[in-house]
Design a binder for this molecule. Sequence first.
Ligand code: AMP
Length: 400
Amino acid sequence: MRTVDTINFSSKRALVRVDFNVPLNETFEVTDETRIKAAIPTLKKILNDGGSIVLMSHLGRPKEGPTNKFSLKHIVKNVSKLLGTEVQFAEDCIGEEAFKKSSSLKAGEVLLLENLRFYKEEEKGDEAFAEKLSKHGSVYVNDAFGTAHRAHASTAVIAKYFIADAKCFGYVMANEIESINKVLHNTQKPFTAIIGGAKVSDKILIIEQLMNKANTIIIGGGMAFTFVKAMGGSIGKSLCEDDRLEIAKNLIQKAKQKNVHLYIPTDVIIADNFSNGANIKTCDITKIPDGWMGLDVGENTIKANSEIIKNSKTILWNGPMGVFEMSNFENGTKQAAFAIVEATKNGAYSLIGGGDSVAAINKYNLADKVSYVSTGGGALLEYIEQGTLPGVNAIASFSF
Ligand code: AMP
């Protein structure tokens, strides 16, 4: 794989697409630096070689051009602190001032460009815009896995303005590609995929793809009830997508044909309303009384899930098993996380990806006890669904 390790950046100006789309509070302070921290090793490698860096990123979803709320100027001090060097800022990513600053960078210096999405051309993948941006550097580095599923100007289109030897992946991208490769390509069996979360509609494609790879797919979270209803169960007022019942039935059928064990919960914690203070009891998932809703998997399901997980050699986890944000409904998710940790201790490869399972693994402080925590929710899912991503393909083609 072509990573920053294959290039000596001495006297080179690297144009690095990072994912600095970080959350800001109402006074524009960064509330979570994870994404900035993730890019630091790539940036340090370039600086240690004696190169300079032009950083480009998006922040939020600005609709109407430049807006203070979405300005990357708010994060300059965080990047400077984490990188250990003063970062310069250009108030427009393709303006005259930006090019003046980028062309005067000396070895070891870093410039951050203003939010790329202040130009609608970025999301449109506009070629002229991409070509202009490309003039900021002599080497293009893509380290923004979080946006690698978008064919935007800075994430994919721009790569064609650099020759093959002058474009590469940063460490974040390389690690993500490698970890997906371990799960989907060089897979150690048995392979268990744990798919939870709110909606089955978001996960249909990934479940279909995983049926070609996994031995067992554990279903959890709100989406389990669409499957249960599709099989004729009573689910009370649990979350359900009635327009997806046929699809759920088809998935159950497909799993049988492909000899994949699709594990749907058998018991459930039910509540009389959606709150941590609700009355709760446990029941058979196919016999939920009217007026009650399932908010977590029950003890028997937790035991069965843990058993399957602990006997796996490869594990992919996307989406919580219940409403883990509320303490009364977190046990299914928490125990799944602990089972993954135990399997990992025993030699399994575990990849955690997708917003809420990452939030869950962090909630229990277990991120460093699993093999890899993906930084890009949507990108990871799309990679698995499609087998590749525009941002990956633009530099080298990897497909699974
Ligand atoms: P997703 O973003 O699709 O992975 O969904 C994550 C969300 O699903 C979390 O906020 C959970 O609280 C929610 N969730 C999980 N299980 C349930 C459930 N049984 N009923 C309602 N919401 C749920």
